[in-house]
Write a new protein. Structure first.
Length: 187
C-alpha cells in the first residue's frame, strides 16, 4: 500500500534491509502500545523514520479477547490452527447475533529528534462476525473464520477473498490510509 501511495521523497525499506537489532517482547496492554514500542525500537536502532504495526482479533462475546494475545491465544505463538480451534470452541454456544468481531491494526510512525520528534499512532478496524467453521485457503491466522461486514462479501470469510479484495478493506489498509497524511508531510 505504501509503495502504491506514490510518496515522493520516501524510500520504503523493511527490516530485511537494515542491520538486525534486538526487539523486546510485545508486552503492551493495547495494540497501540505494542505498535508504538516497535516503531520506537526500529527508529532507535536505525535512525530512520519507522512504521510498525500490531494487530489482532477482538471478539465482542469475549470482551475484546483475544486482542493483543491473538497470535498466542492457544498458548503457542503463531499456532494458527490451535488459536482458531480454541476460539471456535469458546464460541460454540454463542448465537450468531452475538458473534461480532473486528480485526484491528494499530500503526505507529516515529521520526525526528529532540523537540522535533514525532510519534503518531492510528487505528484501523475491519468489522465482521465469526463463522461457525473455517472456510477458505487464503490468508492466515483467523482469516478462515472471519466474515467481514460490507457489500460484495456474500458471506465469504477473509480467507475466501482475493488478495486485492482483502487489501482494499482490511484493518491494516484502513490504518495505513490514516497514516498517509503524516507520511506525505514527512516526504
Amino acid at each position: 500500500m505504501l509503495d502504491g501511495a506514490g510518496l515522493p521523497g520516501l524510500t520504503l525499506v523493511s527490516l530485511d534491509d537494515v542491520a538486525p537489532f534486538d526487539q523486546a517482547p510485545e508486552a503492551g496492554a493495547t495494540f497501540e502500545d505494542n505498535a508504538l514500542a516497535k516503531a520506537r525500537e526500529a527508529f532507535a536502532a536505525t535512525g530512520l523514520a519507522s512504521v510498525a504495526d500490531d494487530s489482532g482479533l477482538e471478539v465482542a462475546a469475549l470482551r475484546g479477547m483475544p486482542g493483543v494475545l491473538s497470535a498466542r491465544w492457544s498458548g503457542i505463538h503463531g499456532d494458527d490452527a490451535g488459536n482458531t480451534a480454541l476460539l471456535l470452541a469458546q464460541l460454540r454456544d454463542v448465537p450468531d447475533e452475538r458473534r461480532g468481531a473486528a480485526f484491528v491494526s494499530a500503526c505507529a510512525l516515529v521520526y525526528g529528534a529532540g523537540d522535533a520528534r514525532k510519534e503518531i499512532v492510528v487505528r484501523g478496524e475491519w468489522p465482521g462476525t465469526i463463522a461457525r467453521e473455517p472456510r477458505g485457503e487464503g490468508g492466515f491466522g483467523y482469516d478462515p473464520i472471519f466474515i467481514p461486514d460490507g457489500p460484495g462479501i456474500g458471506g465469504r470469510t477473509a480467507a475466501q477473498l482475493t488478495p486485492a479484495e482483502k487489501d482494499a478493506m482490511s484493518h491494516r489498509g484502513r490504518a495505513l490510509a490514516l497514516l498517509l497524511p503524516a507520511l506525505r508531510a514527512l516526504a
